[in-house]
Design a binder for this molecule. Structure first.
Ligand code: CA
Length: 227
């Protein structure tokens, strides 16, 4: 499995990292919430270990953003030092799949990650995002437009997946930036250049551009019916 650890306690993070790697998983780690969210959004993971108390952005907020703004359902196992019902409820309400209280046994962490991954893999198959002649399969990260496969860099795929979540709705720049990069970008050029690249690739594949610029508001996806 490809696992992301978001934990600011160095000793705990190192323990988790070494154990999971020794068990054959590929592991990435972040020590603060902002970096963690960025990684979680820009790379495909099979599971995320998420501490609640984090610098930059706490785990509850991070999980909420991952689910509601980035529309990602990567399985999240929350880790916390506190065994408080309130924390537990907040964790689940923010979209976490499971919960472990520190100190925990490393073997239990792995067992829960594997169980979450199995449940999730069963669900993902039906979760192809589709609108008219445009579709995105999150399992293979492949985009298909007007019968053609479209090769896109990961950030362009994220942009497209966000809009495919709600075709026809206008997405503001802020929403798209937050959903793809985990925060609002300092200059508007990053979003603009990725949007440009995405639209050009779609136009090449499908002979029309399904993304409309709604002046002063943002962008909207308008696909044609599949023929
Ligand atoms: Ca912490």
């Amino acid at each position: 499995m490809h696992i992301l650890i978001i934990e600011d306690d160095r000793a705990i993070a190192t323990n988790l990292y070494d154990f999971l790697e020794s068990r054959g998983h590929s592991v990435d780690a972040a020590a603060d919430g902002v970096t963690g969210l960025h990684l979680a959004i820009t790379q495909p993971f099979d599971g995320i270990l998420l501490d609640i108390g984090l610098p930059g952005m706490d785990g509850i907020t991070l999980c909420r953003k991952l689910r509601r703004e980035a529309h990602l359902d990567t399985p999240v196992l929350m880790l916390t030092a506190r065994d408080m019902l309130e924390d537990k409820l907040k964790g689940f309400e923010s979209g976490a799949d499971d919960y472990l209280v520190k100190p925990f046994a490393l073997k239990e962490v792995e067992a829960r990650l594997v169980a979450m991954h199995k449940r999730h893999s069963g669900k993902v198959i039906s979760r192809i995002l589709e609108s008219g002649d445009l579709s995105f399969d999150p399992k293979t990260m492949s985009v298909n437009f007007a019968g053609e496969g479209v090769k896109l860099p990961p950030k362009c795929i994220r942009l497209l997946a966000l809009m495919l979540g709600e075709p026809g709705r206008v997405f503001s720049r802020k929403e798209l930036e937050s959903g793809v990069w985990g925060g609002v970008q300092e200059t508007s050029d990053t979003l603009r250049s990725h949007m440009h690249e995405l639209r050009r690739a779609l136009l090449r594949a499908g002979s029309y551009d399904p993304i409309e610029t709604v002046h002063g508001l943002g962008y909207r996806l308008n696909t044609r019916a599949r023929v």
